[in-house]
Every structure is written in structure tokens, then in C-alpha cells.
Design a protein around this ligand. Structure first.
Ligand SMILES: [Zn+2]
Length: 298
């Protein structure tokens, strides 16, 4: 009886504190998807106004064009750099006219192609201070500790609320740490068919599943900063949301976007975003409670 009790006590930490494997907390199934079908190329297409899709099956890259040069939002997995550059050309734009590169967050599936695209275009890389550290190290510094990527130099650090302007386009950075320490949600307004649309590119909110969000020695304030991020996100009021993994949101709507259908196929009902953020926050609060229970050994 006593030996059994000792065994249970010895095994408990293994059960409670799952350790990250070689791919961090990413499962082998997720890993295979990211490196396989999700990062395969798709035909590029116009989304709205001067915003185009130039990414893969379920990993995004968005091109925002201006007469003074273009902005590229995310570059996907390292293998997607060539796809993204080819897609820009297929749309009739010159990769060399990409002047600025911005990003949602420093995870390999969103900035993995940065180094190659920067080398090919000479574009300036803009990132938040925390994500810049990871971009320049080529290492995932977020709780999920997934694969690294070819390191890339960051040319400009963006602070919370600051804007990036190129020609007629201005994007505002809303720092939304949690998913990565420097995750950045980008917000812009576009004019299309006589009305303006508030467009949001989410940077990610809660950390990936797996790591502790309470009592995580590498990320001691993870719960607090993530909750503050939900507070910020709830204040945004997007008409159109352009996500990092857009396959579901785009499903059945790509042909309509290619044809320029209006009302816009991605136009959100007012309140949809708020409801999603509230749901995300509620789920995250449950995760906090679950981790607290683990920490106290219940
Ligand atoms: Zn991510």
C-alpha cells in the first residue's frame, strides 16, 4: 500500500506537468499539417480594396498595395517564401515593390519566410520589441516553444498604438501579447465601393494549448497579460477579420471574393467579433482555473 502511494507521488509530476517534446507543445499531427497541406500554395486573389491574399491553403500572407510600394503581412512557413513571392507576381505586382514587412506574431508558421522574402525584396522588417527578439534569434520564445526559423534582422520596432504608413495606407499596431510575448494585431481602414471598412488582422490571443498559463516559470505573468489582451481585443470593432489560419473563414467564399461580390463575403454581423472574444476569454479563464488546480495538486 505504501509502495503504491510512493509510486503515485513519483508519477504525478509527469502527469501534471506535461513536458514539451522536440517540436515544443505542438503535436505531431499539427506539425505535419503546418509543414504539409496547410503551407501548400493557392491561387492568389483580391480580398477587398487594395488587400490581396498571397498565402497558402491555411496559412495566410496578405499583400496591401499602394502606388508608393507594398506592405506584406506575414510570410508563412519557411517553405512558403517562394509561393508568396510568386503569388505577388501572379497578381501583376512586383515583389521588388514590397517595401515593408509586418507580422502577426513570431511563430514559424507566420514569419518563417521573412528572411527569404527580405533578401529577395530588400523590404524593411517591422515588429514589436518582444517579437523582434525572437525574429532576430530565429527561435520560438513563446510558451509553445515550437520550431525555429531562418533569423531575420528587424529594421524598426513598433510600439503599442503606433502606426505604419506607406503611401495612402496606414496600419495601427495593437500589441496583444499572450500567444507570443510580442503578438501584434494590426488594424486599418479601407475604402471600397463608397463605404469604409474597418479591417483587423488578429495577432493571436491565448497561448497554444499545452504549457501552463499559471505558475509557468518562463512566462510568469502569462495569465495577466493574456487577460489584458482580451480586454484590448474586445474594444476593436472589425467589419472584416483577416486571420492567420483563414481556411475556415474563407470556405465557400473565395470565388465570390474573386468576382468582387458585395455585400462583401467576409463582412461580419455587428457583435460577432465581441462574442468571439468573450468566448475566447471565458475559455481562457477556465484554463487559468484548471492550471491553478494543478498547481495546488487538486
Ligand atoms: Zn501561432
Amino acid at each position: 500500500m505504501r509502495r503504491l502511494a510512493i509510486l503515485i507521488v513519483l508519477l504525478m509530476p509527469l502527469v501534471v506537468f506535461a513536458q514539451a517534446g522536440p517540436g515544443g507543445f505542438i503535436s505531431s499531427e499539427q506539425d505535419a499539417q503546418l509543414k504539409g497541406p496547410w503551407s501548400d500554395g493557392v491561387e492568389p486573389f483580391p480580398i477587398i480594396a487594395n488587400i490581396y491574399y498571397v498565402g497558402g491553403v491555411n496559412i495566410s500572407s496578405y499583400l496591401i498595395t499602394t502606388p508608393q510600394g507594398h506592405i506584406l503581412m506575414d510570410t508563412g512557413m519557411p517553405r512558403m517564401a517562394k509561393t508568396v513571392l510568386a503569388n505577388v507576381e501572379k497578381l501583376g505586382f512586383k515583389p521588388n515593390d514590397i517595401r515593408l514587412m509586418i507580422s502577426s506574431h513570431a511563430h514559424v508558421d507566420h514569419i518563417g519566410g521573412h528572411a527569404e522574402v527580405k533578401k529577395a525584396t530588400g523590404a524593411q522588417v517591422i515588429a514589436s520589441a518582444e517579437d523582434a527578439k525572437a525574429l532576430e534569434a530565429g527561435r520560438d520564445m513563446s510558451p509553445v516553444e515550437y520550431d525555429g526559423w531562418p533569423a531575420v534582422r528587424v529594421d524598426r520596432i513598433i510600439k503599442d498604438g503606433e502606426t505604419v504608413t506607406l503611401g495612402t495606407v496606414t496600419l495601427r499596431a495593437v500589441l496583444t501579447p499572450g500567444h507570443t510575448p510580442g503578438a501584434t494585431t494590426w488594424v486599418t481602414t479601407v475604402q471600397d465601393g463608397g463605404r469604409s471598412y474597418n479591417v483587423v488582422f488578429p495577432g493571436g490571443a491565448a497561448p497554444n494549448g499545452g504549457p501552463l498559463v499559471v505558475g509557468n516559470p518562463k512566462h510568469p505573468n502569462l495569465a495577466e497579460i493574456t487577460l489584458a489582451t482580451y480586454g484590448k481585443l474586445k474594444q476593436l470593432n472589425p467589419d472584416i477579420v483577416l486571420q492567420g489560419h483563414p481556411q475556415q473563414a474563407f470556405m465557400g467564399k473565395v470565388d465570390a471574393m474573386k468576382k468582387g461580390a458585395r455585400p462583401h463575403p467576409l463582412l461580419q454581423e455587428p457583435g460577432t467579433w465581441l462574442k468571439q472574444q468573450e468566448q475566447g476569454e471565458a475559455n481562457f479563464r477556465k484554463r487559468i482555473e484548471a492550471d491553478k488546480a494543478k498547481m495546488s495538486g487538486r
